[in-house]
Design a protein around this ligand. Structure first.
Ligand SMILES: *Cc1c(COP(=O)(O)O)cnc(C)c1O
Length: 377
């Protein structure tokens, strides 16, 4: 077994040792085929099996209904910011979609959508929230669903369910009927908490996720889209990005990111072996409770996010004094704790505790946080 440091990168991020070891063992010869997965035709029987199994395992894990297509695409979640409007903006002739802006990623989504139609704000946390005696800074909180003002004629409503940079998570997704917009499909960018918890597909029109946060390596974007939303693409939509084409060809309209799909497929099997989504969710709850629990009783560290909106996956935090940041990061590295530096737009630190980090990794981080607090507090 490899003895590697704990890697808290926000993405691309840690992958389970056992998955990397299996990939290494199969590197030159996949299952007696005489080929690396990288060398296979994407239309041959070997890769077809890999791709079909990945889809089937993902469907089992997330209990995805048959009314949804599962697509493995390229371009990352950033490209989806364009691909989604190109596919869905034409659902209604208003050419207008609604957005909840709760962080840097959803802000990018609405800005990109403006190129293809109108992006309208249904709710936003771009301003500070006064709540009781506490003021929450912009983007450090999530507007509650009952405050969203959704246009019932919108082509779709876009939400980012876990803002990776801000560390804000939106856990309870609404029924669109309760928002007075029963026909409007909810579109969710779930990139950074995909596979960390269950998804209720009765509430959504589409979910997408770049794999490199929690579900695999960079290069593959997972798109799960209700089949009645296929075939609505705008005329200028590139044919390789038209969901109807990709669905009809089972992700092989053109060459898909074959190796990334293979690794993501190994991740799906790894989660199944751990006991499925319920088991991994419990593990993630335990990790988040341990880490937030430590921070909450400390006066040395400060958490920027409103407690009800804290992400289980991405935990930004600040030291008492920014002057200590470099010493903190150097010491962390010496203790085998990697990539804790915060995003440049937020500063401070960020611990991303995705699926591949076990409770043991979080406990190692807490031990270091304690010792740093003792020596510098
Ligand atoms: C990382 C991330 C993106 C961008 O992903 P790319 O693969 O770099 O395009 C978009 N949305 C969320 C929520 C992310 O975490």
């Amino acid at each position: 077994m490899a003895n590697r440091p704990w890697n808290f990168s926000a993405g691309p991020s840690a992958l389970p040792d056992s998955v990397l070891e299996q990939a290494a063992a199969e590197m030159l010869d996949w299952h007696g085929s005489g080929m690396s997965v990288m060398e296979m035709s994407h239309r041959g029987p070997e890769f077809t099996q890999i791709c079909d199994e990945a889809e089937a395992d993902l469907r089992t894990l997330l209990n995805i209904p048959e009314t949804f297509a599962v697509l493995f695409m390229q371009g990352g979640a950033t490209a989806e910011n364009a691909i989604v409007p190109l596919n869905l903006m034409g659902r209604t002739d208003t050419l207008s979609a609604d957005f909840v802006v709760s962080g840097i990623w959803s802000k990018k989504s609405i800005d990109e959508a403006q190129r293809y139609g109108t992006g309208r704000l249904a709710a936003s946390s771009l301003e500070s929230l006064q709540e009781g005696d506490q003021t929450w800074a912009p983007l450090n909180w999530m507007p509650a669903a009952h405050t969203w003002q959704v246009n019932p004629g919108a082509a779709y409503l876009h939400v980012c369910s876990n803002e990776t940079i801000g560390g804000v998570e939106f856990a309870e997704w609404p029924n669109m009927a309760d928002l007075g917009a029963p026909e409007v499909p909810l579109v969710v960018d779930a990139s950074s908490h995909f596979l960390s918890r269950p998804i209720d597909f009765s509430k959504v029109g589409m979910v997408f996720a770049g794999a490199q946060k929690n579900a695999g390596p960079a290069g593959v974007t997972i798109v799960i889209v209700r089949r009645d939303l296929l075939g609505l693409a705008l005329p200028q939509c590139p044919s390789a990005f038209d969901y109807a084409n990709v669905a009809r060809e089972q992700s092989k309209f053109n060459t898909p990111p074959t190796y990334s799909i293979y690794i993501a497929g190994l991740i799906f099997k790894w989660v199944l072996e751990l006991g499925g989504i319920a088991a991994i969710e419990q593990r993630n709850i335990d990790k988040a409770q341990a880490l937030y629990g430590y921070f909450d009783q400390s006066s040395f560290y400060r958490l920027p996010v409103r407690p009800t909106d804290r992400s289980r996956m991405n935990v930004p935090f600040f030291l008492q004094n920014d002057v200590l940041n470099e010493a903190f990061l150097d010491g962390a590295k010496q203790h085998g704790l990697m990539q804790l530096k915060g995003h440049k737009s937020v500063g401070g630190m960020r611990a991303s505790i995705y699926n591949a980090i076990p409770l043991k990794g979080v406990q190692a981080l807490i031990e270091y946080l304690k010792s740093f607090e003792r020596s510098h507090g």
